[in-house]
Design a protein around this ligand. Structure first.
Ligand SMILES: COc1ccc(C[C@H]2SC(=S)NC2=O)c(OC)c1
Ligand SMILES: [Zn+2]
Length: 263
């Protein structure tokens, strides 16, 4: 069960051994999205992403996940629309996954677990001039969450999967260019849930407008297996630990409303 997985997670890697005490954290993420309790809001617009593949710079293993980083020094890869009033800049995307296909996502829908979840991280460039400022600022970040399901091979993901063996260890970085993250979005970008939440790793700041897509994308079993070949540990460490179950346990809703852009 998820509880057992969470307990295994607590044992498995150092990140979670000392749960961070977030002062008065009543807007923490991830959460379970209870569909019948979400509130339809007709004012919610379709997502407007405008990503420039030329801003893609590198892919690296930070010891928690692997992330693809974008040049966010100008408004070149942007996110607008959806629940957002401002323009947000893409700075990175990364994933969370399990040791098996039975779990791995951070959010759930009516308690349904997915084998993995993609996070596309954007910061509010109308309000802030640096990502670091936006991380702990009001209305600072917008994260798009996309669920992954095991099925047919995802052609767009393969370029990324092929780069992973080069960054097996924590701290390894390789150049990664001309990747259009729009290929990782589902075909339907009109239907999503949105709520106010937080980063799911320290500093756990509550600066995130979450946009969780209703439609999942499909990746193959083999593609997901390559995610699991990554390591939490650096090349120097004598005991190597597989990078799996890098998700946070779910957090209380604390009276927050989850809105839906669809009925
Ligand atoms: C210092 O600022 C940080 C630190 C960590 C992450 C990654 C976390 S937060 C998330 S959502 N999923 C994750 O794994 C950030 O992402 C915005 C920002
Ligand atoms: Zn994440």
């Amino acid at each position: 069960s998820r509880k057992e997985a969470a307990q295994r997670t607590m044992k498995l890697h150092p990140m979670w051994q000392q749960p961070i005490a977030v002062p008065g954290g009543h807007c923490q993420s991830p959460i379970d999205i209870v569909v019948r309790k979400s509130v339809f809001d007709s004012a919610l617009k379709p997502l407007a992403t405008d990503y420039d593949p030329e801003t893609c710079q590198q892919i690296w293993n930070n010891g928690y996940s692997f992330l693809v980083e974008y040049d966010d020094s100008a408004d070149k890869s942007t996110l607008k629309g959806g629940p957002l009033q401002d323009q947000f800049r893409l700075c990175q995307f990364h994933f969370h996954w399990g040791e098996s296909n039975a779990w791995g996502s951070e959010h759930t829908v009516d308690r349904r677990l997915f084998p993995a979840e993609l996070h596309l991280v954007h910061w509010n460039s109308d309000k802030y001039s640096l990502f670091e400022e936006a991380v702990s600022g009001d209305n600072g970040l917008a994260v798009i969450g996309v669920f992954l399901k095991v099925g047919k091979r995802h052609e767009g993901l393969q370029k990324l999967v092929d780069a992973l063996p080069a960054i097996r260890h924590k701290g390894s970085v390789v150049e990664f260019t001309r990747f259009d993250p729009a290929c990782l979005l589902p075909s339907n970008t009109e239907d999503y849930w949105t709520y106010h939440g937080s980063l799911t790793t320290p500093p756990l700041t509550e600066s995130v407008t979450w946009i969780v897509m209703k439609q999942h994308i499909e990746v193959s079993h083999d593609q997901l297996a390559v995610f699991r070949s990554l390591l939490f540990t650096s090349a120097e460490e004598e005991v190597q630990k597989s990078m799996v179950n890098n998700f946070r346990v779910q957090q209380p809703l604390c009276g927050r409303t989850v809105r839906s852009s669809f009925t």
